[in-house]
Design a protein around this ligand. Structure first.
Ligand SMILES: C[S@@+](CC[C@H](N)C(=O)[O-])C[C@H]1O[C@@H](n2cnc3c(N)ncnc32)[C@H](O)[C@@H]1O
Ligand SMILES: Nc1nc2[nH]cc(C(=O)O)c2c(=O)[nH]1
Ligand code: SF4
Ligand SMILES: [Mg+2]
Length: 273
C-alpha cells in the first residue's frame, strides 16, 4: 500500500480574493498559515493517469473546486471539501520524506490557490518534475513540467438527475464555468501539456472534436493528436469495466491516445492511492 500522510479534516474555505471569486465560500479557519495550502491528502503512489502512468510520484491534493462534476472521484475536495492547512515548509518536508522525483499537484482545483504557484516554484528549485492536474479554467504563472489538463464536457454537469448531493443547485454554475477558451489557450501555450478528456460514451466525441478545433484555431502552438488522451469515466473497477472498452475503441477510431486509470485497477477507490 502507498505510504500515506493523514490530515485532520476540517471544513474547507476560500483563502483570498482570487479563491473567493471562484469558490465563494467562507473562510472559518483560524489556523491558516500565510503561505499555506488547504491539503485534503498527501501520499506516495504510482501516477495512475496519462503519459506518465506508472511513475512513482508524491501526490499533493488541495481542497476546494470551482466546478462540481457529478462523477468527481475526489468528493471531499469538491462537493464536501475537507482539509488541514499546511504551510509550504510542511508540505515540502513531507514531499522530501519520500524517495520520489515526481510530484503531482492535484485537487480539487489546485490552480484556485495563489500558494500553488509558490509551491511549484519551490519544487522547481529543488529539481522535482511537477505535474499539475487541472480542469483548465484557471491559468497561473508557475513553473510546470506537465500541465495535465482535463477540460470538462457537458456530460460532467450535475443535472438534477445526476447530482450526488442535491437537486441540481450547481448545474448552472458548473455549466457557466466549465470551459474557458482563454485559460485553455494560455495553459497549452505556456507549458508542456496533455489534454485528458473523461469519456463516458460516443456522445462525448462531437464536443471533444469541436473544442479541439476551437483550441487549435486559438493557440499558437500545435496540438497534436498524441497530446489528446481519452480516459474512461469511472471511480471504481466496476464502473470502469463498463466504460473502458468503448473509450479505447473511440481512441483508436479518432487516432487519440487512451489512458488507463491504473490506480483504480490496482487499489479501486481507496483513499490516498
Ligand atoms: C479529481 S480531478 C482534480 C484535478 C482537476 N480538478 C481536474 O478535474 O482536472 C483529477 C482527475 O480525475 C479525473 N476524474 C475525476 N473523477 C473521475 C471519474 N469518475 N472518472 C474518470 N476520471 C475522473 C479528472 O477529470 C481529472 O483528470
Ligand atoms: N495514483 C493516482 N494517480 C492519479 N493521477 C491523477 C490523480 C488525481 O486525482 O488527480 C491521481 C490519483 O488520485 N491517484
Ligand atoms: S473539476 Fe476536478 S475536482 Fe472539480 S469537481 Fe470536477 S473532477 Fe472534481
Ligand atoms: Mg484521483
Amino acid at each position: 500500500m502507498p505510504v500515506s500522510h493523514s490530515v485532520d479534516q476540517e471544513p474547507s474555505g476560500a483563502t483570498n480574493s482570487t479563491e473567493n471569486e471562484h469558490q465563494n465560500q467562507t473562510d472559518n479557519d483560524d489556523d491558516r498559515p500565510d503561505d499555506g495550502l488547504p491539503i485534503n491528502e498527501l501520499f506516495y503512489s504510482l501516477q495512475g493517469e496519462g503519459t506518465l502512468a506508472g511513475v512513482p510520484s508524491v501526490f499533493v491534493r488541495t481542497s476546494g473546486c470551482n466546478l462540481r462534476c457529478w462523477f468527481c472521484d475526489s468528493y471531499h475536495t469538491s462537493w464536501e471539501p475537507t482539509h488541514a492547512w499546511m504551510s509550504l515548509d510542511e508540505i515540502l518536508a513531507e514531499i522530501e520524506s519520500y524517495d520520489a522525483d515526481h510530484v503531482v499537484l492535484t485537487g480539487g482545483e489546485p490552480m484556485l490557490h495563489d500558494a500553488s504557484a509558490d509551491l511549484l516554484s519551490e519544487l522547481d528549485d529543488r529539481g522535482y518534475h511537477t505535474t499539475v492536474e487541472t480542469n483548465g479554467t484557471i491559468h497561473r504563472d508557475a513553473p510546470i513540467d506537465l500541465a495535465s489538463i482535463s477540460p470538462k464536457l457537458e456530460s460532467s454537469t450535475p443535472t438534477p438527475e445526476r447530482d450526488p448531493d442535491g437537486d441540481g443547485e450547481w448545474e448552472q454554475r458548473h455549466e457557466n464555468a466549465r470551459l474557458d477558451l482563454d485559460a485553455l489557450t494560455e495553459l497549452v501555450e505556456t507549458h508542456p501539456f496533455q489534454l485528458k478528456f473523461v469519456v463516458t460514451d460516443a456522445d462525448d466525441m462531437p464536443e471533444i472534436l469541436d473544442l479541439l478545433s476551437e483550441l487549435r484555431d486559438a493557440a499558437t502552438v500545435p496540438i497534436r493528436d498524441e497530446n489528446v488522451l481519452l480516459m474512461p469515466e469511472g471511480a471504481t473497477r466496476e464502473r470502469l469495466a463498463e466504460t473502458r472498452t468503448r473509450t479505447a475503441e473511440l481512441a483508436m477510431e479518432h487516432g487519440f491516445r487512451y489512458t488507463p486509470r491504473l490506480h483504480v485497477d490496482l487499489w479501486n477507490d481507496a483513499p490516498e492511492t
